[in-house]
Design a protein around this ligand. Structure first.
Ligand SMILES: [Zn+2]
Length: 238
């Protein structure tokens, strides 16, 4: 598959996802490469993923998953993780979400905004039946793409009390097309360790040891046909 290298002419990134764990299924490997190179990366989560663990109430799961996300972030060199207070499972791609995202982009003033895959299915259209992507993921990605423009326009959400920010050079969508790749071969173990921090979440998904699950997922997300390791992003101008 044709691909280009991911651009390097940026310094500050804001990585935006719907749930704790979303970033760790591949994108965090690229984050590890970036922070090791001295770039500054912050995370922004729209929800606390409180509806994500079967058998555990949202009141218990929310704080637990927030803590797991902070640990995961720390493993790849990200010290700042911010949570918006949207409800897990019922995220809507509307103005309230765009408003909160635009406010965060104005506050963080990133050169690069990274978000997660928001297509309807995880499988190519010719594969049927396809595996559906979650409504939260679709809502989040669409809203992030819109909020970058909102953040730069002084007449949109003028009452936020933040200076408009139109300095976003690139928007990157994890697993999007066409691929712009980051070589992550040097940070595979870091990426596995980062996903492994979602211990309680992973333990609820399978009886397999959490580190084994994490390794399998990182292999799926990063291994190339020739045995290399890379993470790909679709890229837009900000
Ligand atoms: Zn998710």
């Amino acid at each position: 598959m044709a691909s280009s290298p991911f651009p390097d002419d940026w310094q500050r990134a804001l990585v935006v996802a719907a749930h704790p764990d979303d970033i760790e299924y591949g994108a965090a490997a690229a984050v590890a490469v970036w922070t090791a190179a001295g770039k500054e990366v912050h995370y922004l989560l729209a929800t606390r993923g409180e509806a994500g663990i079967a058998g555990l109430s949202p009141a218990e799961a929310g704080p637990l998953r927030e803590e797991e996300e902070r640990r995961s972030a720390a493993v790849v060199g990200v010290a700042e993780v911010e949570f918006l207070d949207h409800r897990d499972g019922v995220l809507e791609p509307g103005l309230p979400l765009r408003r909160d995202l635009a406010a965060a982009i104005r506050r963080h003033r990133p050169d690069l905004v990274v978000t997660m895959y928001g297509g309807d299915t995880w499988t190519p259209p010719e594969v049927t039946p396809g595996a559906l992507n979650s409504p939260d993921h679709r809502a989040l990605t669409r809203s992030v793409l819109d909020a970058v423009a909102d953040a730069g326009n002084e007449w949109i959400f003028p009452d936020l009390g933040e200076t408009p920010w139109s300095g976003v050079q690139y928007i990157a969508v994890h697993a999007g097309q066409p691929r712009h790749v980051v070589d992550v071969s040097a940070v595979v173990e870091v990426a596995v360790a980062s996903l492994t921090e979602h211990r309680r979440y992973l333990a609820a998904l399978s009886d397999d040891p959490v580190e084994e699950q994490a390794r399998r997922q990182i292999d799926m997300a990063t291994l190339t046909e020739d045995g290399g390791r890379e993470v790909g992003f679709g890229l837009y101008w900000g």
